[in-house]
Design a protein around this ligand. Structure first.
Ligand SMILES: NC(=O)C1=CN([C@@H]2O[C@H](COP(=O)(O)OP(=O)(O)OC[C@H]3O[C@@H](n4cnc5c(N)ncnc54)[C@H](OP(=O)(O)O)[C@@H]3O)[C@@H](O)[C@H]2O)C=CC1
Ligand SMILES: O=C(CO)COP(=O)(O)O
Length: 340
């Protein structure tokens, strides 16, 4: 049988996507266009109804239209997880516990769990993969993460994008990459689950710093130095917490940092920019209508670093501005003398 024909009649892959925001919407687009059966959970019943009637998510990437032959929207998280072999978590980290609250501890048994989240569980200061192992007994070896520089808005526009699938299990990661690859998405596996996950968390903090700097009217010259110093900061943190040899110039690390630091679509940079321009945290959150993970992440990374004690001047500056209400102008006066 010719190879192409074989592929067409392969069994339909059943994938759950948990979350109704921009990234969940972009992932549903990619997977359903590849003809996976996508069981899509979102918390808001009206949004589910809207999707079923009009084939669009009403509030995020609403220009994307879905084929309901492949996309099955639901507000019943138990049914969605039970019906799927792959389960993608795509809610902001701060709401993971709330989103999964109705699920029993063995809900993910026998499934591959994939985190698309770039954040940590606040206060507990643990990665999503570690939380899922502790609370739902999903071993790290059955978990993948979706990383890489990729904004949902550009997926909606079908702009060429790259994803890195972090895992300890390369054959499963490769199978998942197959579900994602298409005309505008390239996906590659990488064996550094924790390193990629931590890097994705810290890059959001750096994007906040870039935004604050912009808001304070610092220019491109400063930002270039800020970003290059940030790479050393990330390296010191990763070497302290998860020391293995890794090439941080790869797109899952440096690439992800660059897109978030420079893109017009970056939530964290936008949030930081408002702070630099004098918004309070509350007013910036209200105005954004999207979630800047870095706001929560900076507290977690700052607290983790109380033990590690590595030099993290950028994280420290952002923490002081957001949590100790120190003026961004003053804090960046101090920071600028620490950068090289
Ligand atoms: N957007 C992107 O391009 C990318 C995002 N990611 C990651 O994906 C994850 C999801 O982010 P993203 O899709 O961007 O989110 P968005 O900012 O687009 O949307 C916010 C989401 O958070 C939900 N939410 C807001 N407040 C609450 C609450 N109090 N309780 C429960 N849920 C709430 C919203 O639900 P509702 O609409 O019902 O209020 C909505 O689903 C994040 O970890 C992010 O870092 C990763 C790569 C790319
Ligand atoms: O991580 C992301 C894209 O890779 C999304 O976060 P930002 O929107 O803050 O850039």
């Amino acid at each position: 049988m010719p190879q192409t024909l074989k592929k067409k009649i392969s069994v339909l892959e059943k994938v759950a996507v948990l979350g109704g925001g921009s990234w969940a919407t972009a992932l549903v687009k990619i997977l359903s266009e590849n003809k996976a059966e996508v069981n899509w959970w979102m918390r808001n019943r009206n949004d589910v109804q809207h999707l079923k009637e009009y084939r669009h998510n009403p509030r995020y990437l609403s220009q994307v239209s879905f084929d309901l032959k492949y996309v099955l929207p639901s507000d019943d998280i138990k049914a969605v997880v039970a019906a799927s072999d792959w389960v993608i978590l795509a809610v902001p980290a701060a709401f993971v516990q709330l989103a999964l609250a109705d699920l029993p501890e063995d809900a993910f048994h026998g499934k591959v769990l994939i985190s698309a989240i770039k954040g940590m569980i606040p206060k507990e200061n643990i990665l999503i993969t570690d939380f899922m192992e502790r609370k739902y007994h999903v071993p790290n070896s059955h978990q993948l993460i979706i990383a890489g520089p990729c904004h949902a808005e550009e997926v909606a526009l079908e702009k060429q994008s790259y994803l890195t699938i972090g895992s300890h299990d390369m054959p499963t990661a490769e199978r998942f990459c197959e579900l994602l690859r298409n005309r505008y998405v390239k996906a590659n596996p990488l064996d550094d689950l924790d390193g990629i996950e931590y890097c994705a968390v810290i890059k959001n903090v750096i994007a906040l710093a870039c935004g604050i700097a912009r808001g304070l009217n610092y220019g491109d010259n400063f930002q270039a130095v800020l970003v290059s110093n940030a790479m050393f900061e990330i390296e010191r943190f990763l070497d302290g917490i998860m020391p293995i040899h890794r090439d941080l110039s790869g797109s899952a690390y440096l690439g992800d940092l660059l897109v978030t630091a420079y893109s017009q679509f970056s939530r964290n940079r936008t949030f930081g920019n408002m702070i630099g321009r004098g918004y309070t945290v509350k007013s910036a959150q209200v105005e954004m209508n999207m979630v800047a993970e870095g706001y929560y992440a900076v507290q977690s990374i700052h607290q983790l670093n109380q033990k590690l004690q590595v030099d993290m001047p950028i994280t420290k500056a952002v923490y002081h501005v957001l949590y100790e209400r120190i003026s961004p102008t003053m804090e960046f006066e101090i920071l600028k003398d620490k950068l090289r």
